[in-house]
Design a protein around this ligand. Structure first.
Ligand code: NAP
Length: 481
C-alpha cells in the first residue's frame, strides 16, 4: 500500500519540512507504518501567505462552477473509497466497516455542500424606508481547519466542504497521529480543479506550530474540533485579532433509559453508542442513566451485549471494535480504570488489555460510582462507561445535566410526551430518541456549554464560513404616470 508522504503547500507537494518527521505507528500491530514530513513555522507561514494570496488573486469565491468542483471532489473520494478506507483503518486502528462508512459520508458531505451553493444566499428585507434592502453572504477569506485523530477524514470534510463551498481559501491541519487521509484528500481536491493555493494541507505538531497557526494575522477564522482545553487556548489566541472561531469540543454524553422503554433493545444498542470507535468518539454515551426499577435487568443485558462485541483485527469486516489509537491513549484509559477501582466502583466487565500486539482494550462497564466522581465527569475518550441509577424523570434530567459538557445524548422511553419533554430539557446540542444517534449530514451538529459553539453539518455550517453584509439601495418613489 502506498502511503501519502508529502504536504500540500503553495500548490506543491513537499516531502521535506522544517518540523522534522512524524513517525506513524499502526495501532493494530504496534509496528511503524510510515513517516510524513512535519511542518515548521516557516512552512506554515508559506502556506498561509500563499492561501491568502490565492484567495485575493484567483476568482474562487466568484466562480459560478464551484458546485461542479465540489461534485468532482465527491466523485474523487468515491473513486478512492477502498484506498481511503484502508488508509484510515490502518492509521487509526478503525474497523474497516466503520472506515468505509466514514469515506462514503465524506463524499456525501461534499455533495451536500455542492448542492447547498445554489440554495444558500442572502435575503431581501422589508425595512421601514423607501428602497431595497438585501443581505449578501460573503466568504471570510482564509480559514484554518484543525481536526483530531478519531474521525480524521470526516471531521476534515465537515469543515473543508462548507468552507470551500462558500468561497474561502482553506488550510487544513490534521492531527499528528493521523495525517494520512487529509494528505490523500489534498490529492483529490487538487485533481478536482480547485485553484492552486486555495486548499493546502500542513501536517505538523500542534504543540510546535498550533499557536503560530492560530495567531497568524492572515487567518480570519479557525474551525476546530478537539479537546476542550485546546479549544479554550485557541479562543484566547484568536481574541487578540477578533478572529471567527467555531469549536467542536469534548463530551460526556448521557444515555437515559426509562422503565417504560424497550429495555432489551436499549441494552442491545448501548454498547455501540459508547464503545464504537473504541470509545474515541466525542458523542460516546459514556454515562448510562437507568431508572431504578429496571436497573438490574438493564445492567445484566448491557454486560451481556458488551461481552458479545466483536473486538479484533480492524481489517476484518466482522470487527466492531478495534484497538485504541496509541499506547498513551490506552494508558489513559487504564488510569481511569484504576481510579474507578480506587473509588470503589464495580468493574462488571472488561478493563484489561485485549489481544496483543496492538493497543486493544476490553470495554469496561462500571457501576457504583458517585455521579460527581471524576470517572463519571471527565471525558475518558476510550471504552469505559459508567452506569448510574435514577428514581424519576426529574432526577434523570438533573443527572444528565450534571456535567460541564453538552454535546450529545440519547433517551429511551415508550412515552412520547416524556420523550419530547426530556429531549428539550437535556442540555446538549444533539439528542436521539430510541436510537443511538441523531447525527445527519442535513442537520446541525455541535455542543452546548463546554462542548463548544458553532455548528458543523447542515446549512448552519455554511453560515459560519461567511460574513453577512446588509445593503440598502435608496429608491425614491416615482410619480404615478
Ligand atoms: P486535541 O489534542 O485538542 O487535538 C486536536 C487538534 O488540535 C490536533 O490537530 C492537534 O494537533 C491540534 N492542536 C494541539 N495543540 C494545538 C494548539 N495549541 N493550537 C492549535 N492546534 C492544536 O484533541 P485530540 O486528542 O486530537 O482529539 C480528541 C478530542 O477531540 C476529544 O476531546 C473529543 O471529544 C474531541 N472531538 C470532538 C468532536 C466534536 O465534534 N465535538 C469530534 C471529534 C473529537 P496534534 O495532533 O499535532 O497535537
Amino acid at each position: 500500500m502506498k502511503f501519502p508522504d508529502a504536504l500540500l503547500i503553495d500548490g506543491r507537494w513537499q516531502t521535506e519540512a522544517g518540523g522534522g518527521r512524524l513517525e506513524l505507528i499502526e495501532p493494530a500491530t504496534e509496528e511503524p507504518l510510515c513517516e510524513v514530513p512535519a511542518a515548521g513555522k516557516a512552512d506554515i507561514d508559506r502556506a498561509l501567505q500563499s492561501a491568502a494570496a490565492a484567495f485575493a488573486k484567483t476568482n474562487w469565491s466568484r466562480r459560478t462552477d464551484r458546485a461542479d468542483v465540489l461534485y468532482r471532489i465527491a466523485a474523487g473520494i468515491r473513486a478512492k473509497t477502498d484506498e481511503l478506507a484502508r488508509l484510515e483503518s490502518r492509521n487509526v486502528g478503525k474497523p474497516i466497516g466503520d472506515a468505509l462508512w466514514e469515506v462514503r459520508a465524506a463524499a456525501r458531505c461534499f455533495e451536500y455542500y455542492a448542492g447547498g451553493i445554489s440554495r444558500f444566499g442572502g435575503e431581501t428585507i422589508p425595512v421601514n424606508a423607501q428602497g431595497l434592502d438585501y443581505t449578501l453572504r460573503l466568504p471570510l477569506g482564509l480559514v484554518v481547519c484543525i481536526v483530531p485523530w478519531n474521525f480524521p477524514l470526516l471531521m476534515a470534510c465537515w469543515k473543508v466542504a462548507p468552507a470551500l463551498a462558500t468561497g474561502n481559501a482553506v488550510v487544513l491541519k490534521p492531527a499528528s497521529l493521523t495525517p494520512l487521509s487529509a494528505l490523500a484528500l489534498g490529492r483529490v481536491v487538487e485533481e478536482a480543479g480547485v485553484p492552486e493555493g486555495i486548499f493546502q494541507v500542513v501536517a505538523g505538531r500542534g504543540s510546535e506550530i498550533g499557536d503560530y497557526l492560530v495567531a497568524h494575522p492572515l487567518v480570519r477564522k479557525i474551525a476546530f474540533t478537539g479537546e476542550t482545553a485546546t479549544g479554550s487556548r485557541i479562543l484566547k489566541l484568536a481574541a487578540d485579532r477578533i478572529k471567527r472561531v467555531s469549536l467542536e469540543l469534548g463530551g460526556k454524553s448521557p444515555n437515559l433509559i426509562f422503565a417504560d422503554a424497550d429495555v432489551e433493545a436499549a441494552a442491545a444498542a448501548a454498547p455501540l453508542a459508547v464503545f464504537g470507535n473504541a470509545g474515541q468518539d466525542c458523542c460516546a454515551r459514556s454515562r448510562i442513566l437507568v431508572e431504578r426499577s429496571v436497573y438490574d435487568r438493564f445492567l445484566e443485558a448491557l454486560v451481556q451485549s458488551t461481552r458479545q462485541l466483536n473486538i479484533g483485527d480492524p481489517a476484518s469486516e466482522a470487527t466492531q471494535v478495534g484497538p485504541l489509537v496509541s499506547a498513551s491513549q490506552r494508558q489513559r484509559v487504564e488510569r481511569y480504570v484504576q481510579l474507578a477501582k480506587d473509588s470503589r466502583g464495580r468493574i462488571l466487565c472488561g478493563g484489561d488489555r485485549g489481544r496483543e500486539p496492538g493497543y486493544f482494550f476490553n470495554p469496561v462497564v462500571v457501576d457504583g460510582l458517585p455521579p460527581d466522581s471524576r470517572v463519571c465527569q471527565e471525558e475518558i475518550f476510550g471504552p469505559l462507561t459508567c452506569v448510574i441509577p435514577f428514581d424519576d424523570e426529574e432526577e434523570a434530567v438533573r443527572l444528565a445535566n450534571q456535567t460541564e459538557y453538552g454535546l450529545a445524548g440519547s433517551l429511551w422511553t415508550g412515552d412520547l410526551e416524556r420523550a419530547l419533554r426530556v429531549a428539550q430539557r437535556v442540555e446538549t446540542g444533539v439528542m436521539s430518541v430510541n436510537t443511538n444517534s441523531s447525527v445527519y449530514q442535513e442537520a446541525p451538529f455541535g455542543g452546548f456549554k463546554q462542548s463548544g459553539y458553532g455548528r458543523d453539518l447542515g446549512m448552519e455550517a455554511m453560515r459560519l464560513y461567511t460574513e453577512i453584509k446588509n445593503v440598502f439601495v435608496a429608491l425614491p418613489e416615482s410619480e404615478p404616470t
